[in-house]
Design a protein around this ligand. Structure first.
Ligand code: APR
Ligand code: PHB
Length: 402
């Protein structure tokens, strides 16, 4: 068995793991990434596409914002369509000038992978049987790579291995608590090389269910439909998708909609999920390994980025300043922001989707709530503040009473 040594072993090469690697590299901290899939698979996954300003700033700090600056589309507002009428939420006017940037997670991943290759940083793709061990003592990672068994001895393990990863699953049951809500529908998404229906995203609340008109560029669109969990992708021809989308849109958008062949089509279930705590001795969980949000609030990637902001800062404090304060506060600081994003994502999902089980009374109450939010500056400000992203909490957490 070959034994390697590093400071931080990062499990998973999604956006969380790659961004952490890049920030540690910039700070001169040694690390190795271990990923179970191939590099091609990782760089071609289609995911969400909205970056909060704080995520854009972090990518800039990591030195990987060149393409983002060139190709990212700054958006200062979103539209919400309800009762056949569009209402604009002016994100910038309501939040003192903040905005979001439309830039695909696939592009973020590719940019980070390219930076990693340029810097010749160590990664093991297609690693098999990855195991994390002794993280309450002297941490080790075991895995198989090209038929060989390898062991990495390290100071810390960063569990950036997503919802189905091995890190969270390796924590003793009595040390971890999870909170979960599963929604009774999914999102059918398609990507198509057609111009977006409008300049801004349109979130659609309709009697036929939720829809979302999003984009990746001025020539590539991303659309979603709420569908029953029992539906399969094969049930949805492109024609059926476009027809149903038209039915959920207002007449003006319907007229502007340009349809075309899909280049990707998939159904994703919706889930809210949180793990507490997010640190177990020398093992940290970050991103989807620790929490999942339904995509309605566009928070998944942004939460992964904020975890990494806290974790990279904590590790830099540890190695550069010799302080373990950031490490000790990591879990609590992340969870404060995580729960607020969970609440917002749950609320947006609840408000904009059609639930089969809701009574007529509940439906009317929801319509009234949406009408109130969209008709009130205070209501729209609440939505806008959360959508553009809440600030990172930097306050020190007081010691509990003895
Ligand atoms: N060993 C090594 N790697 C693993 C293992 C394992 N046992 N299990 C999973 N992985 C890898 C996956 O193949 C994947 O590449 O970990 C990576 C996790 O990446 P993501 O799922 O993209 O999670 P994260 O980096 O936290 O990014 C969060 O992704 O799902 C979206 O909405 C989410 O936008 C958010 C973002
Ligand atoms: C997307 O473009 O994929 C997207 C945008 C906004 C969301 C979810 C997904 O809320």
């Amino acid at each position: 068995m070959e034994i390697l040594t590093t400071q931080v072993a990062i499990i998973g090469a999604g956006p969380a793991g790659l961004l952490l690697g890049q920030l540690l590299y910039k700070a001169g901290i040694e690390h190795i990434i271990i990923e179970q899939r191939s590099a091609d698979y990782v760089s071609s996954r289609i995911r969400a596409g909205i970056l909060e300003q704080v995520s854009v700033d972090l990518l800039k700090q990591a030195g990987v914002d060149q393409h983002l600056k060139e190709k990212g589309l700054p958006h200062s507002g979103i539209e919400i369509l309800t009762n056949g009428q569009k209402h604009r939420v002016d994100l910038s006017a309501l939040t003192g000038g903040k905005q979001v940037t439309v830039y695909g997670q696939t592009e973020v991943t590719k940019d980070l992978m390219a930076a990693r290759e340029t810097a010749q940083l160590r990664s093991f793709y297609e690693a098999k049987n990855v195991q994390v061990k002794d993280f309450y003592g002297t941490p080790k990672v075991h895995f198989e790579y090209q038929g060989q068994v390898l062991q990495i001895n390290c100071d810390f393990i960063a569990g950036c291995d997503g919802y189905h990863g091995v890190c969270r699953a390796s924590v003793p049951e009595d040390q971890i608590k999870t909170f979960e809500k599963v929604y009774p529908f999914g999102w059918l998404g398609i990507l198509a090389d057609v111009p977006p229906v409008a300049d801004e995203l349109i979130y659609v609340q309709s009697e036929r269910g939720f829809a979302l008109c999003s984009m990746r560029s001025e020539t590539r669109s991303r659309y979603y439909l709420q569908v029953p969990l029992t539906d399969r992708v094969e049930d949805w021809s492109d024609d059926r998708f476009w027809e149903e989308l038209k039915c959920r849109l207002d007449p003006e958008s319907r007229e502007h909609l340009v349809t075309g062949a899909s280049i990707e089509k998939s159904i994703a279930p919706l889930r809210s999920f949180v793990t507490e705590p997010m640190r177990f001795g020398k093992l940290f969980l970050a991103g989807d390994a620790a929490h999942i949000v339904p995509p309605t609030g566009a928070k998944g990637l942004n939460l992964a980025a904020s975890d990494i902001a806290y974790l990279s800062t904590a590790l830099i404090q540890y190695y550069v300043e010799g302080s373990d304060q950031g490490i000790n506060e990591y879990s609590e600081k992340c969870l404060q922001r995580v729960w607020k994003a969970e609440r917002f994502s749950w609320w947006m999902t609840h408000l904009l989707h059609r639930f089969e089980t809701e009574t007529e009374f509940e439906h009317k109450i929801k319509q009234a709530e949406l009408s109130y939010i969209l008709g009130s500056t205070a209501g729209k400000t609440t939505l806008a503040e959360n959508y553009v992203g809440l600030p990172y909490e930097i306050k020190t957490i007081p010691e509990p009473c003895a």
